[in-house]
Design a protein around this ligand. Sequence first.
Ligand code: FES
Length: 81
Amino acid sequence: MKIHPAANSLDKLPPILKKNLDQNLCVCNEVHKMDIINAIINGATTVGEIKKQTYATMGSGCCTQQVERLIECLCLTETEK
Ligand code: FES
C-alpha cells in the first residue's frame, strides 16, 4: 500500500477535499491536488506562494478558490494544535 507523506495532514481535511488527490486540481496547468497539498504542508500559506511553487492558478485563475480553501483547512488546523 502506498502511504502518502502527508497522510496525517490529510486527516484534517473535510472528506470532500480528500477526494481525487491524484487528479488535477488546476486543470489549466495540470497540477495535481496532492502537489498543492504538499506545497501547503511544506510552508506555502498564500495563493501567491502556491503559484510560485506549483504553477497552480496561473491559467485563467479558475482554481483559485479551491486553492484558498485547501490553505484555509490545512493552515487553520496547523495553528489549532
Ligand atoms: S484550473 Fe487552475 S488556473 Fe485554471
